[in-house]
Design a protein around this ligand. Structure first.
Ligand code: MN9
Length: 291
């Protein structure tokens, strides 16, 4: 594996058909459209992809659908996180068999595993496959903060390719990148993408890229050209939209935005609730303003 992880990587939504099953065709249309917008790859069945609302079979089905549509064009990263190591290994082996370039995982959660147990989880999954791992560091949801200080041995592991940093601790992002330049650092909060870039991120994995990827491709490009004021203007514009998304609920909101753009991907699974008419109208106005 030599494909460098970076650029704009949508954390793909999980598209459903009317009967609630995975909609492989809609996944294919979304993949095609996003590649056209300049994304560098796909993050499949992460938080945005409703991983913990899908059965293991559905997670595999979604990965297969995206892999088939992608056909090796973009980087394919499979989120295989689970509470049980063996469940994660099963998903990781499946993803690798279907051409994933890398796998990624949230730390095992709920039981408040010790740090050594969490590291053993990552090592066990990495030992079971021949592709690199991207740690999904998301303290707000997982309850675990992996850092340069407490996870040095993991960060030094040659099988680790990078970190998806869903945190506003940019000091930590900068410290990890500075200590381990070979690691890919992917910014996780879209609304702070430019800040992540300024502190050394190689790109980003995000939910809002499902429906406004080209804006983030632009921010990345402008930043690379040293045009930070122009990059901030684009960040300001997408953040108007993200403020509304946070108000109505990010994941149901992202799916509603795609629907408003003409791509029906169904609704987030219960207990998520769909947007009210008023919320949808507000989102529609924000989308129009974005242009
Ligand atoms: O994957 C996403 N993080 C979560 C990245 O879903 C927790 C982000 O794209 C956020 O949804 C987005 C809104 O806060 O930045």
């Amino acid at each position: 594996m030599a494909r460098r992880i970076g650029g704009i990587i949508p954390a793909l939504i999980a598209p459903y058909k009317g009967d609630g099953s995975i909609d492989a065709e809609a996944a294919g249309r979304l993949v095609e459209r996003l590649l056209g917008e300049g994304v560098s790859g796909f993050y499949v069945a992460g938080s945005t992809g409703e991983c913990f609302l899908l059965s293991p079979q559905e997670r595999k089905r979604l990965l297969e659908a995206v892999a088939e549509a992608n056909a090796g064009r973009g980087l394919l990263i499979a989120h295989v996180g689970a509470i049980a190591t063996d469940h994660a290994i099963e998903l990781a082996r499946h993803a690798c068999a279907h051409g994933a370039d890398a796998v990624s995982s949230i730390p095992p959660f709920y039981y408040k595993f010790s740090l050594p147990e969490i590291k053993a989880y990552y090592r066990d999954v990495m030992a079971a496959i021949d592709r690199p791992m991207l740690v999904y560091n998301f303290p707000a949801f997982s309850g675990v903060t992996l850092s340069r200080e407490n996870a040095a041995d993991l960060l030094e592991d040659p099988r680790l390719a990078g970190v998806k940093h869903t945190s506003s601790d940019f000091f930590q992002l900068e410290r990890i990148k500075r200590s381990y330049p070979r690691l890919a650092l992917l910014n996780g909060y879209d609304e702070m993408f430019l800040a992540g870039l300024a502190m050394g991120a190689d790109g980003a994995i995000g939910s809002t890229f499902n429906f406004m990827a080209s804006r983030f491709v632009r921010i990345h490009k402008l930043h690379g050209e040293g045009k930070s004021a122009e990059a901030l203007a684009v960040q300001n514009a997408v953040n108007e939209m993200i403020s509304v998304l946070i108000e109505v609920g990010v994941y149901p909101g992202v799916k509603a935005a795609l629907r408003l753009q003409g791509l029906d991907v169904g609704f987030c699974r219960r207990p998520f609730s769909p947007l009210t008419k008023e919320q949808e109208a507000k989102l529609g106005r924000a989308l129009e303003k974005l242009g």
